[in-house]
Ligand binder design. Structure first.
Ligand code: NDP
Length: 280
């Protein structure tokens, strides 16, 4: 029976360290958060970011912008925050209304204020293993693996999902640790080969967003399973992996909720402190 790899205790330990670092900085870091229009899932993230920020002594500035804002006006707003020396980090909440192209807009955030680690310059540094600001969810996954003192060198790691915010940057982080990384995606499933790859995984990381896409009986004996997925099933939140069956085979498995999620916002705050250091 797998042991539970829980994010909350790790997040608490890291937050304790961050609290001390913030005290040593002698300034209060400021995180500017931009929300365009209204969205109930964004409100949940904002509340969680706000709560974590306040508990660490970070000032959380929420900027609610009109649903109909043009790209030009949004860029102008970002530029204002870029040139405001009292703001150390900028985050844009997803999702966006249709008239806004996220990829285009996110490039306007100064790389040293890009606390989500998604600016092309920061992604480029990640390729070279030199990024100071890492994408938050991938770095949360790496913290979970670190917490069980796992040496990734030569390990068979399978990542399912190749999104720009999770799967792709995570694969680079794992490669930088000399893991043997296989990245699966929709075409792997369509080719009928997802199961065979998953069965080989010593470490399996799933970020798809479809409940039960990974069958529990595909899990290799004593594998480590990190489930990034968040899916609402009725009034329950579940991951992408069939948990009960997977738990019988794995050595470690993350619960959903309570695995990756609690660490992601902590990684955002860690980036913010790094951003402050880069700016002062
Ligand atoms: P995306 O929708 O951007 O990416 C999903 C990925 O899964 C894509 O690469 C997609 O391929 C692939 N995929 C879709 N269907 C299949 C399939 N049947 N078999 C194999 N691969 C498939 O999602 P995100 O990366 O943004 O998020 C993934 C999940 O993680 C979501 O549930 C999200 O809510 C959760 N999440 C959790 C976070 C946390 O803090 N815990 C943070 C961020 C995300 P293709 O694009 O080619 O179709």
């Amino acid at each position: 029976m797998a042991r539970l790899l829980e994010g909350r205790p790790i997040a608490e330990r890291i937050k304790e360290e961050l609290r001390k670092e913030i005290q040593n900085l002698k300034i209060r870091p400021v995180l500017a958060s931009i929300l365009v229009g209204e969205n109930s899932s964004s409100e949940v993230y904002i509340k969680s970011q706000q709560k974590t920020a306040e508990s660490l002594g970070v000032i959380y500035q929420l900027h609610r912008l009109n649903q109909n804002i043009t790209e030009e006006a949004l860029i102008e707003f970002i530029n204002k925050l870029n040139s405001d020396n009292s703001v150390h980090g900028i985050i844009i909440q997803m999702p966006f209304p249709n008239q806004i192209d996220y990829k285009k807009i996110s490039q306007y955030i100064l790389p040293e204020k890009d606390v989500e680690g998604m600016h092309p310059k920061n992604i480029g540094k990640l390729l070279f293993g030199k990024a100071e600001l890492l994408p938050c969810t991938p770095s949360a996954v790496m913290e979970l693996l670190n917490s069980i003192k796992l040496d990734l060198y030569g390990k068979e790691v399978v990542v399912v999902g190749h999104s720009e915010i999770v799967g792709k940057p995570l694969s680079l982080l794992l490669l930088n640790k000399f893991a043997t990384v296989t990245v699966c995606h929709i075409a792997t499933s369509q080719a009928g080969r997802l199961e065979e790859h998953v069965k080989d995984a010593e470490i399996l990381i799933v970020a798809v967003g479809k409940a039960g896409v990974i069958k529990g009986n595909w899990i290799r004996q004593d594998a480590i399973v990190i489930d990034v997925g968040i899916n609402r099933l009725g009034d329950k939140i579940v991951g992408d992996v069939e948990f009960e069956e997977a738990q019988k085979r794995a050595a470690w498995i993350t619960p959903v909720p309570g695995g990756v999620g609690p660490l992601t916002v902590t990684m955002l705050m860690r980036n913010l402190i790094e951003a402050v250091r880069m700016q002062i």
